[in-house]
Design a protein around this ligand. Sequence first.
Ligand SMILES: Cc1cc2nc3c(=O)[nH]c(=O)nc-3n(C[C@H](O)[C@H](O)[C@H](O)COP(=O)(O)OP(=O)(O)OC[C@H]3O[C@@H](n4cnc5c(N)ncnc54)[C@H](O)[C@@H]3O)c2cc1C
Length: 576
Amino acid sequence: MKIEEARRYHKIDAVIVGAGLAGLRAALEVAKSGLSAAVITKVYPTRSHSGGAQGGIAAALANVSEDSLEAHMFDTIKGSDYLADQDIIERFVNEALKTVYEFEHMGVPFSRTEDGRINQRPFGGHSAPRACFAQDITGHVLLHTLYEQCLQHNVLFFNEFQVLSLLLRDDVCRGLVAWDIRAGGLHIFQTRAVLLATGGYGRAWKVTSNAHANTGDGVALVLEAGLPLEDMEFVQFHPTGLYKHGILLSEAARGEGAYIVNDRNERFMKTYAAAKMELAPRDVVSRAEQTEINEGRGIHGQDYVYLDLRHLGREKILSRLPQIYDLALNYLKVDAIQEPVPIQPTAHYSMGGIPANVRTEVIKDAAGQVVKGLYTAGEASCLSLHGANRLGTNSLQDAATFGRIAGIHMTEFCRKNAFSDLPVKPLETAQGKIDRLWSGGKERHAPIREILQENMTRAMGVFRNQDDMLKMLAVIKELQERYQQVGVDDHGQAFNLDLVEALELENLLSFSEVIVEGALARKESRGAHFRSDFPKRNDGDWLRHTLAWRRGGKIVLDFSKAVVIYPQYQPQERKY
Ligand SMILES: Cc1cc2nc3c(=O)[nH]c(=O)nc-3n(C[C@H](O)[C@H](O)[C@H](O)COP(=O)(O)OP(=O)(O)OC[C@H]3O[C@@H](n4cnc5c(N)ncnc54)[C@H](O)[C@@H]3O)c2cc1C
């Protein structure tokens, strides 16, 4: 393939990987400045996982009760189990209001109070009703509105393109290479600035709320480029996944007043978080639920408990939570107006990811040195806003706010910097990945992925311990070996999903190793990372971020990146 082929070579000021809330918001900002902005996305933009978000987007608007920026800041710090960087949270809570009003002005149909203001519902770990929402389809309306805005401002879209390698040399990002899923073939993008907004990585687990596309491609690309990842051991489990499917029943249900009960019909949260009950943060509720199950108080002694909405009544359920009602009915044949819904913890959100500073510039070490022209935002990033545990509704806000901030800084960067030369053989890495699968051996991607997911669900769940994690590491090593022999059966160019999934599997295997290594090294329990062999938080040794590189086939860890803590928000015991 020749680089001169016009159809397959593109020169664009800013290229944004990912069409979720973070990517689209950044693209809109760049496009408004008059520079050329392109979005590359594996799935059609409105199918990005942001569209599946149900419950709401946080901002201390104080539309239905007293609230303040300080309260939003403190709740986020406490929710993070003190691992979040407080300068990032400060910027976040300050910008959050603007982000919501901007969405309102773009035409997002928020649910309203009687007197016409944006309605706000309670959410776990927030001390005031702070979640702005549109029924239980908040992500859907935000994503569609933003997509329309992008089309109006002439953002270029490369839909169903899968990015396979970053073109990075001398700490400068010069572009990337992507596979055209629809027609086949590799495309080179030469750019001044790249944003990685590739979303989360829940698909490494069997029981997960995440979309099929959430395979952590962005984090794996960064690792492959010799750059570090941050705090990957912190993965959030959401307490109300639909039993066996993992599909999410939003926390909005509990925000509206739903209960969680065990086999004795007890609201067991009174034992674990008497003040906040079902609206304690997710790490706390998931652990409580798993404890009930482990101690035999799951429904009929099995591995699930009930989410009970019945007392909310038909009208509230159908007007405020229609999607939740449909999901329970369609997937479990449970009518939530009449019956309680079986639920279990489900892998949900990636607190860790690609390290970046408050300007969303990707950093390459604990000292914060930046990689020129490379940015990240949304769930793929780790700024770190959510620390060891994210509060519900803070992530749509994170994606939109830091998407906008990324757009501002990328525009500035593009105005000051010329295009850099591409590496001599830009296609080499991406082509190598495809060639290997094309001419590969007897192994197939599907069984390897299944083994990975089953084991991650078993060993890297709500509770972890050294023995299980060591076994998990051995499984990953063996699967990585087997991956070397993976071949694809489909050798077609158009919509070769056999190839797409095989490429994604390499990424799953790559970052899962980092999660396990980080979790093994962190000998404490904090937020979503709970070790039954080290059940206490240990600020003396572990109030620090984890950075992880892949070097010489091994994961190398560094704990010298300090947490940014303000004098007025010193770590305290975390009780709800
Ligand atoms: C079911 C569910 C409900 C949720 N509800 C809420 C909620 O109510 N409130 C809240 O605040 N948060 C919620 N969250 C979390 C929140 O939705 C996400 O964290 C957020 O939307 C992530 O946005 P994003 O832009 O970072 O990524 P995503 O929306 O996940 O988009 C990722 C994009 O990257 C693209 N991509 C990935 N890899 C590649 C590749 N190799 N090449 C090209 N493109 C690629 C994909 O095509 C996609 O466009 C929920 C999450 C889930 C799973």
